[in-house]
Design a protein around this ligand. Structure first.
Ligand code: SAM
Length: 231
């Protein structure tokens, strides 16, 4: 029997495209956004008490990964993209009902608006529900996951001098920790695992309203080349 759900709000996020978003929340603490609540939840009553909570679970829709045909097996990037496992053993975006869940930091609460950080959510993500993180119940002593047993290894991120100056300038203009955001996201090495980039190959992504360009001067090392206003 089908159930009907509807968004209680939408996330306005630093991430304007799927590429280079960390694979889980908390991996980039400088990744910030605002959850804008819809009526009737934009009334202060709905969030009263949340100021006593440091983190919340967001239940959301992977609105840019919805598919008609259900997949039973997926190839998670975490396993290099060439090994398939059952869809329910992963947090892949392609899944029945397109539902995602993330624990994010709650920085500020206002009627109709929640300021968030450590997010892994695309701009415009529809949110279905918010629940407070409950440390005694949600943090499980002795839990394990042998497919994803630790955070992804980080790679070194260096900067061209001009790019670093551009990043500082845009960060000031946006009042956002942009340089930290770039370093935290690129250190996760967003490149698909099957691509072996030459130093000539350029990569790019949009954070907030700027385009970030980088290359791999040598394997396992990123150099940021430019941080420029988005076209
Ligand atoms: N923490 C969530 C979970 O476990 O359900 C998401 C995990 S999923 C592996 C993280 C990826 O989802 C991000 O790297 C990003 O590319 C993608 N993503 C985030 N928001 C999305 C959206 N609204 N639609 C489609 N893909 C999205």
């Amino acid at each position: 029997m089908p159930y009907s759900v509807s968004p209680i709000g939408y996330v306005r996020s630093c991430f304007k495209e799927k590429f280079a978003i960390p694979r889980q929340p908390q991996l980039a603490p400088a990744a910030r956004g605002v959850l804008e609540l819809l009526a009737p939840f934009d009334n202060g009553d709905a969030v009263q008490g949340l100021e006593q909570v440091s983190h919340v679970w967001l239940l959301f829709v992977f609105h840019q990964a919805l598919e008609d045909k259900p997949r039973l097996k997926v190839r998670p990037p975490r396993l290099g993209g060439n090994q398939s496992v059952g869809v329910f053993s992963t947090r892949a975006t392609h899944r029945p009902n397109g539902l995602g869940q993330s624990v994010v930091k709650l920085d500020k609460v206002e009627a109709g608006k929640l300021w968030l950080s450590g997010i892994d959510l695309l701009d415009g993500t529809p949110v279905l529900d918010i629940k407070p993180y409950v440390p005694y119940a949600d943090s499980v002593t002795g839990a394990y996951n042998r497919i994803a047993d630790s955070a992804p290894a980080l790679i070194e991120v260096s900067w061209e001098n001009a790019a670093l100056a551009q990043s500082h300038e845009h960060g000031r203009r946006l009042s956002e920790p942009l340089t930290e955001l770039i370093e935290q996201c690129l250190a996760q090495d967003p490149r698909p695992a099957y691509q072996q980039p030459t130093p000539e190959r350029r990569y790019g992504v949009r954070f907030w309203d700027v385009d970030v360009h980088w290359h791999y001067p040598q394997p396992g090392c990123i150099c940021v080349l430019a941080v420029v206003p988005a076209d």
